[in-house]
Design a binder for this molecule. Structure first.
Ligand code: BV8
Ligand code: ZN
Length: 240
């Protein structure tokens, strides 16, 4: 059971947004089926063909903008609204947690709806139409340099402040929920093990369709689609 003093941390992955129609990365319908991550989500890929990389992100942003939060996103927002202490650390670059109403959301791998200037690092919200109007890749409105999606590519380090905040958050967590992630992308994949090392009392609930490396340290792995299992779980552990 949880009460208002329980500190809950959720690590969400692409599986959390799958029911909203956003392709996951791996597996039979994964994004990577058509694209090889080393072809698109790396600095080298962008240097080689920025227009192709921007086109891929435009295709993904379009899917995300036309998607709605699913019942798992909505339930987490409800838990926060009820006054429980819940922090979401998401690997996802979509904004579905926010659109469901969650306030305490940290994007470990950046946000697809933001573009960032290579030179002055100015960030701005870009639109699918922007790419339809400019015949080249987005330029910075402040200094005219080229811009990139404000996401963390493979081979790029995560923001060190974000990593430190996650470590601090995980060290005080009473209940860690790991949902919709294959647990293979580091350093996020290390976070559940870090939480366990820092606090042997932490309870770890994993929500997935399959078992993952995290299942080995989970108090329980709840198999099933998160859009069903997350609402069921919270409805049983707190009185309405
Ligand atoms: C870094 C943003 C330091 C971009 C992303 C060898 C060993 C260890 C590490 C490495 C290694 N070789 C390279 C590395 C480092 C690399 C890494 O971990 N590679 C992996 C592939 C081995 N990591 C990095 O590069 C990171 N940086 O380490 O910096 C450094 C510096 C220089 C050189 C080396 C290291 C940066 C990683 C961030 C990359 N950016 N996204 C973009 O999106 O375009 S990662 C990308 O994968 C997404 O963010 C995604 O969230 C993330 C993880 O994937 P998942 O979320 O887990 O999604 P996946 O499809 O895999 O799984 C979905 C799961 O959901 C499945 O389990 C499925 O069963 C389940 N599911 C599906 N539907 C449902 C469901 N569950 C429940 N209900 C459902 N309905
Ligand atoms: Zn600039």
């Amino acid at each position: 059971m949880i009460d208002k003093n329980s500190r809950i941390t959720v690590i969400s992955g692409a599986g959390f947004s799958q029911a909203s129609g956003i392709p996951i990365f791996r597996g039979k319908d994964g994004l990577w089926k058509n694209y090889d991550p080393s072809e698109l989500a790396t600095p080298h890929a962008f240097a080689k063909d920025p227009k192709l990389v921007w086109e891929w992100y435009r295709w993904r942003l379009n899917i995300i903008l036309n998607a709605d939060p699913n019942l798992a996103h909505v339930k987490l927002a409800e838990v926060e609204l009820k006054g429980f202490d819940i922090a979401i650390l998401t690997q996802n670059v979509d904004d579905l947690h926010e659109r469901a109403g969650s306030q305490n959301v940290t994007h470990l791998h950046g946000e697809i709806r933001l573009a960032r200037c290579f030179s002055c690092r100015t960030k701005f919200i870009w639109t699918v139409e922007l790419l339809e109007t400019v015949d080249d890749i987005p330029k910075c409105s402040a200094c005219e340099s080229i811009c990139r999606p404000d996401v963390v590519w493979f081979g790029e380090s995560l923001d060190s402040n974000i990593i430190q905040n996650c470590i601090d958050q995980l060290s005080i967590t009473d209940m860690l929920i790991v949902a919709g992630t294959s647990g293979v992308v580091y350093p996020a994949a290390e976070f559940p093990f870090l939480a366990k090392r820092q606090n042997s009392q932490v309870t770890i609930y994993e929500f997935n369709l399959d078992y993952t490396p995290i299942s080995n340290i989970a108090t329980e792995t709840i198999l099933g689609p998160v859009e069903e299992t997350i609402p069921e779980f919270f409805n049983t552990i707190y009185q309405k």
